[in-house]
Design a protein around this ligand. Structure first.
Ligand code: I3S
Length: 128
């Protein structure tokens, strides 16, 4: 295979719009601030982009746009968290460094796909 097809560029697993709020930073609780985020799962990372309007599925690549932040999924924990919000379809992602995010979508099928896809990556990394 060509140098770019494997190894050099990480695999794009999924991309889409989700409501996001960070609720803890290094274990310290933060005030919620929900906003719509363009979320990209690529390799072992979940990458968040600020401006959904300027994002397209092809614009996630480094250089094409600036990520707002990125989360390493290795060792992360994923749990449904409908008790942590009045919104429906909420799950919580906690990183090894103690950063916690809530992600949400009103579309049941979409949030379930995101949950399953992220869970699969975390489980795969746990087995390495
Ligand atoms: O868990 P909380 O504190 O009830 O979360 C709500 C608040 O963060 C609220 O902001 P202010 O209290 O700063 O105005 C947000 O507007 C709500 O969206 C938060 O609750 P939900 O249930 O939407 O996660």
């Amino acid at each position: 295979s060509s140098p770019d097809s494997e190894g050099c560029s990480p695999e794009l697993e999924k991309a889409g719009l989700l409501n996001k709020t960070k609720i803890a930073e290094g274990g310290r609780k933060l005030r919620k601030n929900w906003s719509l985020s363009w979320v990209v799962l690529v390799g072992n990372s979940l990458v968040f982009f600020k401006d959904p309007k300027s994002q397209t599925p092809s614009s996630w690549k480094p250089g094409n746009s600036r990520p707002e932040s990125s989360v390493d999924l290795r060792g992360a924990q994923l749990n449904w968290a409908n008790d942590l919000s009045s919104k429906k379809n909420v799950f919580k992602l906690r990183t090894v460094t103690g950063n916690e995010f809530l992600l949400q979508s009103d579309t049941d099928s979409m949030i379930r796909e995101w949950y399953n896809t992220i869970k699969n990556v975390i489980d795969k990394l746990d087995r390495e």
